[in-house]
Design a binder for this molecule. Structure first.
Ligand code: UDP
Ligand code: MN
Length: 304
């Protein structure tokens, strides 16, 4: 039986209709096959694409994560400096200013965890980077640290810290290395020790910390440390059982349990150079880390 079908206003036999449908499918197939293949990164939505300074597919991409609060003057110097420095090395990078917006004490490690979670989809490795430490020697290479985390601001060249296991200041880590150790501990509110705890995480995971070679500059001229200890006081208070807990290796907290709200993000230009500011509220569980707020005011802190 040859039933008649109404197709686009025409009355057609069902076999003719089938023929037309097959033809349309064929034509559509040819059209789709002829379209150029898009790389995944080119298909990214606009705000994400803007952050990437190079679309060269083979190059690993670096997220510079800057834990931040109340360091505006340093930021104005940091951004143009890092753009020039990393562009000379042809590193595809983007700078994320992870700004802490809450009433708790500064928590550098948790901010880095948040920056990592935000950027990991689009970036292959990260630099945890102090905003006040500017690399001055072009032999400090910010390449993908395949052989192990690369400590750029080594104790031999850091202006202030010279102990062997120091890994603070500027450290490059691949996404996989960071994930392997569950990132950084969230227990460190206030200044210090979070980097030393991270050193133990890396060691326990058998990751070897690398240091730059061929550096002929020393502690006075490898970095510029924009840090006046009176103007930018370090919050060295210890309250409740902070001292006791933060001396020990933390096997629990990290990327997986960092508690925060990302309030908003902004693209901000410094001298026309874009960075992404993440406004982050860190949430403190006062039963676990009551020292996220110390009762004594910061002025009472011991001077360094
Ligand atoms: N930081 C900040 N605001 C603060 C404390 C620290 O932005 O109130 C960030 C900033 O990136 C700084 C880094 O954390 O460079 C390390 O802190 P700091 O410079 O006090 O430590 P240092 O290594 O000089 O002892
Ligand atoms: Mn400093």
């Amino acid at each position: 039986m040859n039933r008649r079908i109404i197709f686009m206003g025409y009355s057609l036999s069902s076999s003719k209709c089938l023929g037309i449908c097959l033809m349309l499918t064929f034509v559509m197939g040819c059209y789709l096959a002829a379209l150029p293949i898009q790389y995944e990164r080119e298909a990214l939505p606009n705000p994400v694409r803007q952050r990437i300074t190079s679309l060269e597919p083979s190059k690993k991409r670096l997220a510079v994560l800057v834990p931040f609060r109340d360091r505006f003057e340093e930021l104005l110097e940091f951004v143009p400096h890092m753009y020039s420095f990393l562009n000379r090395q042809k590193i595809p990078f983007h700078i994320f200013i992870v700004q802490q917006k809450d009433n708790n004490r500064f928590n550098r490690a948790s901010l880095i965890n948040v920056g990592f979670i935000y950027s990991k989809k689009d970036y292959d490795y990260l630099a945890m980077h102090d905003v006040d430490l500017l690399p001055m020697n072009d032999n400090l290479k910010y390449d993908y640290p395949a052989a192990g985390p690369m400590h750029i601001s080594s104790p031999k060249t850091h202006p202030k810290y010279h102990y062997d296991t120091f890994i603070g200041g500027i450290l490059l880590v691949t996404r996989e290395q960071y994930e392997l150790v569950n990132g950084m501990s969230n227990n460190y509110w206030g200044w210090g020790l979070e980097d030393d705890e991270f050193y133990v995480r890396l060691k326990d995971a058998n990751l070897t910390v690398m240091r730059p070679s061929n550096i002929s500059t020393g502690i006075d001229n490898t970095f510029k440390h924009i840090h006046d200890k009176t103007y930018r006081k370090r919050d060295m208070r210890k309250c409740y059982n902070q001292r006791e807990v933060t001396r020990r290796r933390d096997r629990e907290t990290g990327i997986h349990d960092v508690s925060y709200k990302l309030h908003n993000t902004h693209t901000v230009a410094v001298d026309g150079l874009n960075v992404t500011v993440l406004n982050v509220e860190l949430i403190c569980d006062k039963n676990k880390t009551p020292w996220c707020q110390c009762p004594e005011p910061i002025k009472a802190a011991k001077k360094n």
